[in-house]
Write a protein that binds this ligand. Structure first.
Ligand code: 13P
Length: 338
């Protein structure tokens, strides 16, 4: 294992003022996004949409890496260029989602365990040849019913995935996500996230994963969407930083948050508040899916004539999050066009 090379890639993924575009929606998930904008979920539309994002000039300034889905890492742009080559040309690192989704955990109370380990070594070899230099595996937890059985099963799978990734020269993004879809309060999210992260790092240690060559992608500490008591910016920032400092060793080069269902502006404001007000041992940036793509998807709506408008919307969100990753974002900047 080339630790220096893994560390170089990981540091590039969290370079100052840059973050990751999570464009790894499975064909089922992108259908939900396309349904919302009246676009048919066929391969060419998926290709056209992602090509539009990857050709946005602002990629070069604000995006360090792009997480792809299996279909996308093999696709070619309209002029025959591999989409992976477009990402590399924009100075970003191509990455690949390798888990096969959260499945019901046997004999549990409706909890899930993420699958995808069978044959993963061979898939990593193939993905590396296709250009992937980092990967992602996401485990999800319902904070209203989480058990140690669920936390340890997912942490063990994350660790086995991360070790296989590093064995094959690929930086693992370790993504344990405490979901924000329920009615739990913010302190329950904090307690469950702390438990999940403690167990995850313990399993990474047992699996010999080198922390200098890995990136953590966690949820922020927020109340569930259905909780009557929502939290202010400062409370989210304080509680998130506190939990992360308790659990994430300084050897990890960076933490790149998921957006998880927060609005575009909330995801930006929270990231900004963490970076503006704290002394942190790791880079703290974004790896957003919805919070980077909702605006361009709406602007595009599947029409070629909307491409410039959609690229401007993507560039704007990327720039806002870049500023937030440096603690330099201000609400007034949202009103300025990209
Ligand atoms: P969201 O930012 O939409 O939560 O997506 C990030 C991601 O990659 C989830 O696995």
């Amino acid at each position: 294992m080339d630790i220096a090379e893994l560390n170089r890639i990981a540091r590039a993924m969290v370079a100052k003022g840059k973050g990751i575009l999570a464009a790894d929606e499975s064909s089922g998930t992108i259908k939900k996004r396309f349904d919302a904008i009246g676009v048919e979920n066929v391969e060419q539309n998926r290709r056209d949409y992602r090509e539009m994002l990857f050709r946005t000039p602002a990629m070069r300034d604000f995006i360090s890496g792009v997480i792809l889905y299996d279909e996308t890492i093999r696709q070619k742009a309209s002029d025959g260029t591999a989409l992976v080559a477009l990402i590399e040309k924009a100075g970003a690192v191509p990455g690949i989602k390798v888990d096969t989704g959260a499945k019901p955990l046997a004999l549990s109370n409706g909890e899930t365990v993420t699958e995808g380990l069978d044959g993963l070594r061979e898939r990593f070899v193939a993905y590396h040849k296709l250009g992937a230099r980092f990967a992602k595996w996401r485990a999800t937890y319902d904070p209203t019913k989480v058990s140690y059985n669920c936390i340890s099963a997912n942490a063990h799978a994350l660790a086995r995935y991360a070790a296989l990734a590093q064995e094959n020269g690929i930086v693992p993004i370790v993504e344990p996500e405490v979901l924000m879809d329920y009615d739990n309060d913010i302190d329950t999210c904090a307690a469950v996230t702390e438990w999940v992260l403690k167990e995850t790092f313990q399993q990474l240690y047992y699996a010999n994963v080198v922390l200098e060559g890995a990136i953590l992608k966690p949820n922020m500490i927020v109340p569930g969407k259905k909780c009557a008591k929502q939290a202010g910016l400062d409370e989210v920032a304080e509680k998130t930083v506190r939990v992360l400092k308790r659990c994430v060793p300084g050897a990890v080069p960076g933490i790149a948050f998921l957006s998880g269902g927060q609005s575009d502006e909330e995801a930006t404001a929270h990231l900004n508040a963490m970076n503006a007000g704290h002394d942190l041992p790791w880079a703290l940036t974004f790896s957003y899916g919805r919070a980077l793509q909702a605006a361009p998807q709406k602007a595009w709506s599947g029409k070629p004539e909307n491409v410039p408008k959609a690229q401007a919307a993507f560039a704007h969100r990327a720039r806002m999050n870049s500023l937030a990753a440096q603690g330099q974002w201000k609400p007034q900047l949202e009103k300025q066009a990209a």
